[in-house]
Design a binder for this molecule. Structure first.
Ligand code: GLP
Length: 241
């Protein structure tokens, strides 16, 4: 794993944006795997700023997001569809038909998972997958105990994940209990992975990811086996290494 240490969150976001912009400039029709959560906010702001200032174009870029809540309309303020539009897609020249996010309102969730997995294959796979990480080691919404062999599937969210994400909802009761997520195997098929980690609250998680046991009880430990992972993390997140 290639680890890039930054002084703080802002520098982490800038470095991550530089990384993506470089790829997008070199491969104009790249397939980018995107993530939600608070961690990539800064990355997306930097990408928007770069698009404005330097004109980096996303006209032929395709994107696939990791996950979406089940049961929230795509227009709900807390859906990941809304998150991506508001934080990134509305501000760059990407074509909306080239942006893909699981449909958490599909009539048949089982069919939606198969469709999503097949769609990624049809795009030729993911060139670079951006990841954040949950405190319990979840990536996407793959909670502890998820099979390393999993493809896109429906998950029950862990109590701790619901609590952590309840900060965006009016109350804990409003947090969806399920989500659709790319599986661990889907993520591992990406040609390259860029993991962003910030803050002392993630220090133990990052320490475990790098030095802890390889186990399904800690989903992110799978990244130890990926041939091309770059971690951009700030000093606070790296403080236990
Ligand atoms: C959510 C997302 C993950 C994200 C994680 C951490 O559960 N599904 O993709 O990595 O939260 O979020 P944050 O960056 O807000 O700590």
């Amino acid at each position: 794993m290639n680890i890039i240490e930054t002084a703080n969150y802002e520098e982490m976001s800038r470095k991550a944006a530089d990384y993506l912009v470089k790829l997008v400039s070199a491969k104009k029709d790249a397939v980018l795997g995107l993530a939600t959560g608070s961690t990539p906010h800064g990355l997306y702001s930097e990408m928007v700023e770069d698009h404005k200032m330097n004109g980096t174009s996303y006209e032929q870029i395709r994107t696939v997001n990791l996950d979406e809540y089940i049961g929230l309309p795509s227009t709900d303020p807390n859906s990941y569809h809304t998150f991506m539009r508001k934080r990134l897609f509305d501000w760059i020249d990407i074509k909306s038909e080239n942006t893909h996010i699981p449909n958490g309102q599909a009539g048949s969730l089982e069919k939606e998972c198969l469709r999503y997995e097949q769609m990624i294959e049809n795009l030729g796979g993911i060139d670079l997958q951006v990841l954040g990480i949950g405190h319990n080691g979840h990536i996407g919404f793959n909670e502890p105990g998820t099979s390393f062999n999993s493809s896109t599937h429906v998950v029950e969210l862990a109590e701790s994940t619901k609590k952590a994400n309840s900060r965006f909802f009016a109350s804990l009761d409003e947090v969806p209990t399920q989500a659709i997520t790319m599986g661990i195997k889907t993520i591992m098929k990406s040609k390259e992975i860029l993991l962003l980690v910030s803050g002392s609250s993630k220090a133990e998680t990052l320490q475990k990811l790098i030095h802890g046991p390889f186990t399904e009880d800690f989903p992110a430990s799978i990244l130890q086996r990926h041939p091309n992972v770059t971690i951009i993390a700030d000093q606070d997140a790296l403080s236990l290494l």
